[in-house]
Write a protein that binds this ligand. Sequence first.
Ligand code: NAD
Length: 360
Amino acid sequence: MSVTISRRTALIGLAAAAVDPFAFARTQKDKPVGWAILGLGGYATNQIMPAFAAAQNSKLVALISGHPEKLTRFGAKYGIPESHRYTYDSMDAIASNPDIDVVYIITPPATHPEFTLRVAKLGKHVCSEKPMAPTPADCQKMIDACKKAGKLLQIGYRSHYEAHNLRAIQACRSGELGKIQSIRSDHGFNIGPGQWRTQKALAGGGSMMDIGIYSLNALRYLSGEEPIEVSATITNPPNDSRFVDCEDTVDFTLKFPSGLIGHGTSGYSWNPGKNRYEVVGSKSKLVAELATGYYGNHLTVDGKDLPVVENNQWAAQMDHFSDRIRHGGKVKTSGQEGLRDIRIIHAIYESARLGKPVRV
Ligand code: NAD
């Protein structure tokens, strides 16, 4: 598929260059960015891969998986030729595939650093899912590897590209709500047993790493501030086999430089779950519920609907990175953004362990 297309593109470009010497460079710059998906699990196959249909400048061109059967199944579904299907053993060959610009890593968090280092070394840009990695040191290694290879790194914080969240940020910054006086964010659900999400070695932690990170990240992007101190309490239900290795409910506060206190929660045993944030200003109150859902996000100000035109947040996230790859500029949800959250999560764990506030 793409071999033919890229040859055709090259021929068109060269023909155009005969009359306009800059035309070939322009056709390359306008070419959609080629994405390979690494890890064909639930999020990759249900949310990310279907979103390419709504993308403007991002194209699904390759698949990388530990399961040959998935490569066959999803390769056929998305028209990816066998030459562009790789296993973890054969993926070093992506280095010589010019159709692939970026690899999107969608595997358990503990695997993100190793795959990122490998992909950057193979000369491709990296998008890694959240949480970026289990520890700040892992995150730093990922940042350093991409920098050394001259490649960009994006973390899959889809809410930064989602229309309701962008509108909520605008409401917080524009003064519509007055001065922000109080802010809280709650994210939790009821997790099934036996998943990698409750195994610390793969997940890096428990609910805080997986779902509480939405509460934390929202408190940061809504306030526009970075916390200087955190306090936290962790509560695990006794005799629940899901929580022998990881945390369940986390209650945390973030102290921001302005004096604002952010309140956050996270949970893995909540039934029903919760996906919500609330910002109280000196003039008005904004409530988002759902706040960071895949679909169905909803905003109110003082109880009245705040209308927002929905967008495809996954396509917007990928198109942003594709644009930065083609045209340069700052990546909105960079490795630094991922690292900040992981640093704060570790401070939250430390505060809960010590039973006192911890400076970030
Ligand atoms: P999943 O269990 O459905 O899929 C994980 C995939 O990784 C599977 O294909 C599995 O075979 C593969 N895998 C498992 N262990 C591996 C290992 N040791 N090495 C290599 N591959 C391995 O999980 P998921 O829900 O798709 O989550 C994957 C990543 O995406 C996680 O980082 C998760 O936090 C993130 N995620 C993000 C969102 C979001 O909204 N941004 C939503 C869901 C998941």
